[in-house]
Design a protein around this ligand. Structure first.
Ligand code: ADP
Ligand code: ADP
Ligand code: ZN
Length: 214
């Protein structure tokens, strides 16, 4: 099962991807998490990526495409994977399709988590992220057991620098301009599925399971 999560920043892609990973036992691959890990580790990639991420812009395609293609060649990806936050532009999608074709395979489905912009702005201010393991929480809708501590790994939670309102507005504009065209791209391939991301977490996941099967 090779799944792509589509949707605006804050739509709930990461949250649903974590649940899919757990139920279907396939790895959750988030380019945002990989880039943030590189920033924390101070790598050359991290330094380049930070300039764009801090402004709410996409990093250039060439910084992410090979990294994802290398990742899906790893042995743990043999049975499938969930791509979260990739592809985000038409050239990234074309590059991915070419790499998959060379591997003799293709995408199973692209799931669009649909949430209107106004709800996103409200959601993002409450998002808390674990920079250590990538888990995501919300102060109201998905609170950790212990305040500000990750349930999964015990690390402290953070409000991401790029989750402030101004940067979120920029990211939404970038989404509509550069990423939303992927809905037509996957629609034309006949693999696009849409779920209503404004529902509660578990209800959204029920819709995802209906698409993927029990
Ligand atoms: P969100 O989950 O809120 O959409 P992500 O963690 O996926 O945010 O991404 C954070 C930032 O990392 C993006 O705003 C962008 O700068 C960068 N990024 C992540 N994935 C990609 C990608 N596939 N192409 C370009 N930039 C990316
Ligand atoms: P994305 O990966 O698309 O950027 P996240 O999964 O990180 O989005 O979700 C953004 C924020 O909204 C997080 O704080 C998350 O806990 C919260 N969230 C996710 N899904 C829902 C939902 N269905 N209802 C309310 N809050 C949600
Ligand atoms: Zn954690």
């Amino acid at each position: 099962m090779k799944i792509i999560m589509l949707g605006a920043p804050g739509a709930g892609k990461g949250t649903q991807a974590e649940k899919i990973e757990e139920k279907y036992q396939i790895p959750h691959i988030s380019t945002g998490d990989i880039l943030r890990a590189n920033i924390s580790a101070g790598t050359a990639l991290g330094k380049k990526a930070a300039e764009y991420i801090d402004q709410g812009l996409l990093v250039p395609d060439e910084l992410v495409v090979d990294l994802v293609v290398d990742r899906i060649h790893q042995p743990d990806c043999e049975k499938g994977y969930i791509l979260d936050g990739f592809p985000r532009t038409i050239p990234q999608a074309e590059y991915l399709d070419k790499a998959l074709a060379e591997m003799g395979t293709s995408i199973t489905c692209a799931i669009d988590v649909e949430v209107p912009d106004e709800s996103i702005i409200r959601r993002m201010s409450g998002r808390r992220a674990c920079l250590h393991c990538g888990a995501t929480y919300h102060v109201v809708f998905a609170a950790p057991e212990k305040e500000n501590i990750c349930d999964k790994c015990g690390s402290e939670l953070h409000l991401r620098d790029d989750d402030n309102e101004e940067t979120v507005r920029t990211r939404l504009q970038v989404y509509h301009r550069q990423t939303q065209p992927l809905l037509d791209y996957y629609g034309e391939k006949g693999v696009l599925k849409v779920v209503d991301g404004t529902k509660e977490l578990d209800e959204v996941f029920d819709s995802v399971v209906k698409i993927l099967g029990e």
